[in-house]
Write a protein that binds this ligand. Structure first.
Ligand SMILES: Cc1cc2nc3c(=O)[nH]c(=O)nc-3n(C[C@H](O)[C@H](O)[C@H](O)COP(=O)(O)O)c2cc1C
Length: 250
């Protein structure tokens, strides 16, 4: 078991944080939680840096790669995790690893894990579940053993470069008349795209459709427009009945 880890995560609806924290707790006594959407101060004493981000359209969110590139790896050991909604992670893990290496970290292991889909919850419903958590802990054990052995190995992950094109976003979430203007959506938005005036105003240029605002709304009044929700549900319907398996690379 390691003494201390830094867990950098971006988790608009909580799935990525669940996976990252399960891993971090299995690998070390103390976990420093660092939200990639906020100020990123790491601990100099940590033995390992864990970077966990969600998959959006087969890529990692652009705001994450920008933040990761600003971190100072200085040869520190890192584990990279992408968390996806039971469809596919495509180029996301490769893109994450490229950014993490560029910041000067040495990647010791990587993983692609499944969480409930944040747009269509029937896809990957309830994940990470007990089996996933068992697999995350088994992976953590292997990472500890690899680090203790001192063996260095290049970590090869699937994906293509140039990465697939960034997701084309046609709309933003909207607020229904039941909205109480409580501002929780504006506070939680990681890109500051929401402003409360007489109504809730969303900047379509900034919104990345991360679903943080819909998941925090106490009135369930922040939703996707019908056309976008129905289109996404249709596109993902085949993934409701399949179970994608977690993958690890070390
Ligand atoms: C805009 C957007 C795009 C997504 N694209 C993918 C994808 O390409 N493949 C996939 O399997 N899941 C995809 N998902 C599902 C998320 O990767 C998954 O739900 C993840 O757990 C979200 O992280 P969070 O719970 O930490 O917010 C997408 C979700 C959103 C909101």
């Amino acid at each position: 078991m390691l003494n201390q880890t830094d867990l950098y995560y971006f988790s608009p609806t909580g799935g990525t944080k669940k996976v990252g924290y399960e891993f971090a707790q299995a690998v070390s006594e103390k976990v420093n939680l660092i939200d990639l959407a906020g100020d990123c101060n790491s601990s100099m004493e940590s033995d390992l840096t864990i970077i966990a981000v969600p998959v959006f359209g087969g890529r990692i969110p652009a705001i994450n790669s920008e933040k990761i590139r600003l971190l100072q790896g200085m040869g520190k050991k890192a584990v990279t995790l992408v968390v996806y909604g039971n469809r596919a992670y495509e180029d996301a893990l490769l893109e994450l690893n490229d950014s993490v290496k560029e910041s000067g970290f040495e990647i010791v292991a990587s993983g692609a894990f499944i969480a409930q889909h944040s747009i269509v919850p029937e896809v990957g419903r309830g994940r990470p579940d007990a089996k996933d958590k068992e697999e995350i802990r088994a992976f953590a054990q292997k990472v500890i053993e690899r680090m203790e052995s001192g063996v260095k190995k290049a970590i090869i992950v699937p994906g293509n470069f140039p990465y697939k094109a960034e997701m084309n976003q046609s709309a933003t979430p909207i607020s229904l008349p039941s909205c109480s203007l409580c501002e929780k959506c504006a506070i939680v938005c990681p890109v500051n795209a929401i402003h409360i005036q007489e109504t809730v105003v969303t900047d379509p240029e900034k919104c990345m459709l991360c679903m943080a605002c819909t998941s925090v709304c106490p009135e369930h009044a922040r939703v996707l427009p019908d056309a976008l929700r129905e289109g996404t549900e249709k596109m993902l319907s085949a993934f409701k009945t399949v179970r994608r398996e977690n993958e690890t690379f070390l």
